[in-house]
Design a protein around this ligand. Structure first.
Ligand code: NAD
Length: 221
């Protein structure tokens, strides 16, 4: 069975990384328009780096949870499992999975000009430069920028037997539109979330990812 899985911030919530819409923690303290747009970086790179430095530190201190490990196990058991994540943390990889990071990676840096990419230091600063002399930025996709791997992901969703969304509110596009793409292609759809996100799926499993995801994977393999 070909399965495409889209994960969101909810899968890393129980590892201690706040979700986008958390009312406490890092996300509540910052105005997203001031830290997650190219305009914000042009205006105040030090402030944007500080926000991502704090997120990178939180990511380094966090550990993958049973939901990340279960998906890695599913991928090892079947060569036909594609995992796409909206998350910029590296918890899927640290659990042993291979994932497509459609919104980039906190642990990577890139040049604003020549698109060269490299491993990010724990702390980036406004003085960090690429070899070409242009500024270095976190390799994350900001509002107003195009997510990575869209063609590859759309192709995988359309060619799947099952499309699964785990821990995502379905509010950030284009990821939020994958379920409609799956539906149009007559692909079976499943939502695994803390609470139903309001989008239309064929089936839903409700509860914390650390319980629901390992249970669902056990039922498959
Ligand atoms: P979101 O914050 O909008 O929604 C999180 C979803 O996860 C909600 O539907 C919520 O009900 C669910 N959830 C919360 N705790 C859960 C749990 N324990 N188990 C299962 N589900 C749980 O996140 P999103 O839809 O991924 O979109 C937000 C954007 O913010 C994405 O683009 C993402 O890149 C970014 N983001 C990433 C991280 C990260 O990398 N860890 C963290 C926060 C935000």
């Amino acid at each position: 069975m070909k399965i495409t899985i889209l994960t969101g911030a909810g899968i890393s919530a129980e590892s201690g990384l706040g979700t986008f819409r958390s009312t406490d923690g890092l996300w509540a303290k910052y105005d997203l328009a001031k830290v997650a747009t190219p305009e914000a970086f042009n205006r105040d790179p030090a402030m944007v780096h500080e926000f991502y430095n704090l997120r990178r530190k939180a990511c380094i201190e966090a550990q993958p949870n049973p939901a990340h490990f279960a998906l890695a196990e599913l991928q090892r058991a079947s060569p036909n499992v594609t995992i796409v994540t909206q998350n910029v943390d590296d918890l899927h990889e640290r659990a042993g999975a291979k994932v497509l990071h459609m919104h980039g990676e906190l642990m990577r840096a890139r040049c604003v000009k020549c698109d060269r990419r490299w491993e990010a230091p724990v702390r980036m600063s406004a003085g960090d430069l690429c070899d070409c002399g242009a500024a270095a930025r976190p390799d994350v996709v900001w509002f107003g920028e195009s997510p990575y791997f869209i063609e590859e992901i759309t192709h995988a969703v359309r060619g799947s037997d099952l499309f699964v969304v785990i821990g995502s509110s379905g509010k950030v596009y284009p990821a939020a539109g994958f379920v409609q793409i799956a539906d149009k292609a007559r692909v079976d759809t499943l939502e695994i979330n803390l609470e139903r996100n309001g989008q239309v799926f064929d089936r839903s499993i409700v509860g914390p990812a650390t319980q629901t995801v390992p249970e669902w994977v056990r039922g498959l393999i």
